[in-house]
Design a protein around this ligand. Structure first.
Ligand SMILES: NC(=O)c1ccc[n+]([C@@H]2O[C@H](COP(=O)([O-])OP(=O)(O)OC[C@H]3O[C@@H](n4cnc5c(N)ncnc54)[C@H](O)[C@@H]3O)[C@@H](O)[C@H]2O)c1
Length: 266
């Protein structure tokens, strides 16, 4: 139980990687603040999380013997973030780990996407991570410890066809990560970006649905992994996140942690 009595704030926790990471931390005894939009949004069309998913996650975490508070909110809205952080602190007294994971993805050539689509991508994937960090950092500074893990992508280390807005948001997370690491190292706070290749989650299913394709085709098209797999599993991401959040990674900060099945070697 390496995270017993620690509190982990996870954004985008209702589905996919966020959900799997929440359960993995809960198995290690952590208290979880699960933040998610928990409703359908206009863009991208596949994103239809529901509050039921959050309620179900809470009961799964509690059945593991850990505590969970859920918060349905939009990571782009500062008031939602402030209220969720206040809920975590009042319920658990601390925030030890922030997993900035909420994100969206959708295809579109840069010369064809709309201003609204660009703004949604950057606001959810990048501004949302800054907002959550902004309001967790003062709590971590007071405790003189904390870990922030930003879920970027291999798209945060390369260009991606028909994903300029997505790649721009994910490269932005690298700049945010390195700057937050610089600003907060003396307060015992580590900040790391992770860069998974395609992951087998509802995001991939959603992209496939919108493209009239299959999830495996989507993963293979955007990835090209060196190891012979179309994608990795959310559990692979959870293993890395738990390692990075643990004391075993105590001198890892400000860097890009790649879990790409060898993709970026090409
Ligand atoms: N799936 C992949 O292939 C892949 C690969 C590399 C990186 N990533 C990144 O990993 C992260 C998680 O992706 P996933 O694959 O689990 O996706 P997912 O679509 O399965 O889950 C994303 C979650 O984020 C939530 N969310 C979306 N907008 C939100 C908002 N405005 N406020 C609060 N919550 C919001 C959704 O409701 C959903 O529950 C994303 O940042 C994604 O870009 C995904």
């Amino acid at each position: 139980m390496i995270f017993k009595n620690k509190t982990v704030f996870i954004t985008g926790a209702a589905k996919g990687q966020g959900r799997t990471v929440a359960l993995a931390f809960a198995k290690e005894g952590a208290n979880i603040l699960a933040f998610d939009l928990a409703k359908k949004i206009e863009y991208p069309a596949y994103n239809n999380s529901s509050s039921n998913e959050l309620i179900q996650l809470k009961s799964e975490i509690e059945s593991l013997g850990s505590k969970c508070e859920i918060f349905a909110g939009d990571i782009r809205i500062e008031k939602d973030v402030i209220d969720a952080v206040a809920l975590a602190v009042s319920a658990f007294n601390s925030i030890d780990v922030l997993f900035n994971n909420a994100g969206i993805c959708a295809y579109g050539y840069a010369h064809e996407i709309t201003e609204k689509e660009w703004d949604a991508m950057l606001d959810i994937n990048l501004k949302g991570a800054w907002l959550a960090a902004k309001h967790c950092i003062p709590i971590m500074r007071r405790a003189k410890s904390g870990v922030i893990i930003n879920n970027s992508s291999t798209g945060g280390m390369r260009g991606m066809n028909r994903l300029s807005h997505y790649a721009a948001s994910k490269w932005g997370l690298v700049g945010l990560t390195k700057s937050l690491a610089l600003e907060n190292a003396e307060y015992g706070i580590r900040v790391i970006s992770i860069h998974p290749t395609g992951v087998n989650t509802p995001m991939n299913d959603g992209l496939a649905f919108m493209e009239g394709s299959t999830p495996v085709e989507i993963a293979e098209r955007s990835a090209g992994n060196l190891l012979p797999v179309p994608w990795i599993e959310p559990e692979d991401v959870a293993d890395s996140v738990l390692f990075l959040a643990s004391d075993k990674a105590r001198y890892i900060t400000g860097c890009q942690f790649v879990l790409d099945a060898g993709l970026l070697t090409r």
